[in-house]
Write a protein that binds this ligand. Structure first.
Ligand SMILES: Cc1ncc(COP(=O)(O)O)c(C=O)c1O
Length: 427
């Protein structure tokens, strides 16, 4: 198709009529499809059903003889920390295994930083001027929601295709009120971006105005590959240590999208000082984590090869859904110049940038046609996308046939909204 911007007025009006008619027909199908949250599909959860009968009721002891049914073991069983060491990117002694949600661990870290301060902090964050977090955009709405809830100021930083714009990051972190930065370094939510070695090195080495600055390194998609290219990122803990900032990074990960989203394992990892800090705080909060679930995970996945095999089974289920979305977008929007979209090698999302000023309208059109999309703006701090352009698509949950239909509908809505916008601005 021709670029929409190059069409003569009459051609544009004809196209509008045709696309509107297609949209009306789509809407008349009375669909109810949901592409909002990045949840695993039931078939993905079925892959982990083996967990449900583990551990065997005659063997609920860890390798070193700990009875997993009892209290204690705050840092997590050693064999679990060893199994996930590569995925988390830290040696076992620097890993803490929590319960099912890494987001909860991030929330704890922010609460404790605000109320107690982190190692190296002159005061708790809440006792100084309003703390600020750098937020690469588009980004993860739940990260932004934690900051908003605690009144932490958020500054958006653009992504570049190699991670955040590091010139901008280095400029902004000189401000001592900047206490933290959200990073999803691999297969980022929602752009699928992978931080380059250079980006990671600069994040580790940069000068920060705050001595207690922390990278919130949320490696949620460490092993969630969608292709044969199993991308690796540079090790942030090692690079921070080399740069003489050993305490800079708080690492987070989980098996929410490996085993069971509501009953997985979550991880915190960091420097020895930060791990001590975390465990001191955590000891006031709990007498110990769910070690039966830890044991269950080791018995089920067995070793790193088992973990990677399991992720291949996920890939077989979800890669066709990603393919369905990108080929529908290509078919309908290719050459029109109205949108760009990502083709991620991993993770859970496709990010679409439509024509400026159309994202809200796309979501509205989709909703009227029975397609639930993530609200426009949700990939930005405070839900405000200044260009009203970005859309996050989450194709994993619905069945493949629904993803196909929904993707055609979404592409149609993006096109219709762009034509409407172009007609309006040509008046
Ligand atoms: C970047 C990112 N971090 C964290 C989470 C949630 O992790 P958990 O289930 O471990 O709380 C998600 C879920 O979508 C995510 O996309």
């Amino acid at each position: 198709m021709k670029q929409i911007a190059d069409l003569q007025d009459t051609d544009l009006q004809t196209l509008h009529r045709d696309v509107q008619a297609e949209y009306d027909a789509f809407r008349a199908r009375g669909l109810a499809l949901d592409m909002t949250r990045g949840k695993p599909a039931p078939e993905q959860l079925d892959l982990a059903n083996g967990l449900l009968s583990l551990p065997d009721n005659r063997d609920h002891h860890s390798e070193d003889g700990v009875d997993a049914r009892n209290y204690g073991g705050l840092q997590g069983l050693p064999e679990v920390r060893a199994l996930f060491s590569t995925m988390v990117g830290a040696p076992p002694e620097r890993i803490v295994v929590g319960n099912n949600s890494s987001l909860a661990i991030m929330h704890d870290c922010i609460t404790w930083a605000l109320l107690k301060g982190v190692p190296g902090a002159p005061t708790p964050w809440s006792q100084g001027p309003t703390p600020t977090f750098l937020c690469p955009v588009p980004g993860y709405d739940r990260h932004f929601a934690i900051c908003e809830d605690f009144g932490i100021r958020m500054l958006p930083v653009p992504m570049t295709g190699q991670g955040p714009d590091m010139d901008e990051v280095e400029r902004l972190v000189a401000d001592p009120t900047v206490k933290g930065m959200w990073c999803v370094p691999k297969y980022a939510n929602p752009t699928g971006e992978i931080y380059s070695v250079e980006t990671v090195r600069r994040l580790a080495a940069m000068r920060t105005g705050a001595p207690d600055f922390r990278l919130f390194w949320d490696n949620a998609y460490a092993v969630h590959h969608l292709t044969d290219r199993h991308h690796a990122i540079a090790n942030i803990l090692d690079l921070c240590e080399t740069a003489n900032h050993p305490d800079r990074a708080f690492l987070f990960a989980s098996t929410s999208k490996v085993t069971l989203a509501g009953a997985g394992l979550a991880f915190f990892a960091s420097s020895p000082a930060n791990v001590r800090w975390y465990l001191e705080r955590a000891a006031k909060r709990t007498i110990g984590p769910d070690k039966l679930n830890q044991l269950r995970h080791v018995r089920f996945l067995k070793n790193e090869a088992g973990l990677l095999r399991h992720m291949e089974a996920h890939r077989a289920l979800i890669a066709p859904k990603f393919e369905a979305v990108t080929s529908a977008l290509e078919q309908r929007l290719g050459g029109t110049g109205v949108a760009q979209w990502t083709k991620p090698d991993g993770g859970y999302f496709i990010s679409v940038d439509g024509m400026a000023g159309t994202a809200k309208r796309v979501v509205e059109l989709a909703q009227k046609a029975g397609l639930a999309l993530t609200p426009a703006g949700s990939t930005w701090p405070y839900g405000r996308d200044p260009d009203d352009r970005n859309l996050r698509l989450a194709p994993t949950y619905p069945p493949l046939k629904d993803v196909r239909i929904a993707s055609e509908g979404i592409a149609l809505c993006i096109l219709l909204a762009a034509i409407e916008k172009t007609l309006l601005s040509s008046r």
